[in-house]
Design a protein around this ligand. Sequence first.
Ligand SMILES: [Fe+2]
Length: 379
Amino acid sequence: MRKWASFPLKEGDVSRQAHADFPQQAIYERETGRSGFFGPATHFHHTHAPTGWSDWQGPLRPHLFNFNEIEQNKTMSPWAVPYLLFNSHCKMRTWRLTDSMNKLARNADGDELLFIHEGSAELYCDYGHLSVRDGDYIVIPRSTMWRLVPNEPMFILLIEATNDSYQLPEKGLVGNHAIFDPAMLDTPKINDAFKAQYSEDSWQVEVKRHGQVSVITYPYNPLDAVGWHGDLAVMRINWRDIRPLMSHRYHLPPSAHTTFVAQRFVVCTFVPRPIESDPGALKVPFYHNNDDYDEVLFYHAGDFFSRDNIEKGMVTFHPAGFTHGPHPKAFAAGREYKKKFTDEVAVMLDTRDALEIGDAALATENPDYVNSWKTRPQD
Ligand SMILES: [Fe+2]
């Protein structure tokens, strides 16, 4: 057993409540925190923006990628697309699929999370049939056999929980039915569409294990279950089903928007919500260094209110050890309470271990991103 030293202290001019009622002349609050947003933390009150650097050298830096430009050979296999951001506990990739998969996929390395950025499809898997659309998260348990039949071209974000599984967060004070009711989780059905694909035609399964693909051939379609019972299944939730926690008086940390949890990373979802309205409340994300986590944001839809020049399909990667926060224009707009509502939708991946960047992602990087905070609001 071990515990953090715990001693709430204060030095100099401070606000008593984090993210609200900052001292005069010190409008820049910076949170430095451990264990995500759950460990010891200190809030500094600065007179200059913590992102106001004039130069930056060396390998640690924030990254901006445009995943719309990821090169991909035309492939029907999710295992043929490159890792973009990855470590030994998770693998993020994007996959464009236009034609029906002609083989079944099976990931023996871990659970796979699909986020449908664009398009719609029919999903057939061990558990039956499910129609999927943009904005869907689909959790595919490890070693499930599955295939997609697109109705329109698809752009899918995949996050593998390597040697791990996806679970739901504890919802604590707000109870089991907040954020989304577990009854909103959809599962595949053994329905007419599923029965219509039973066949005696030969089918192959591409199984990925330890990063290598093996191909198993059946002289029939192995998606032939006539029924199942149990408490393990493919499950789906759409971001539109998420009813976000919010407070009109307090900017909640990203952890309030946690959607799925694995052992060494979390996936959070930012969905439309009102902006904080209390006069003293911070109205944009606070400056912070989340010192134990690498943070990745995939921008799905809407206007990304804390960033300038970000479009859907782009990805920011803020490694641990790097202080970040709103861009200057967004910070100034927050001070003036210009926006009353944010319509942004974004998927966040926070990893406890350092992420590597794949070559395919590097090829889409905007090297000037580190300078994007340079204009101070008073300039
Ligand atoms: Fe962050």
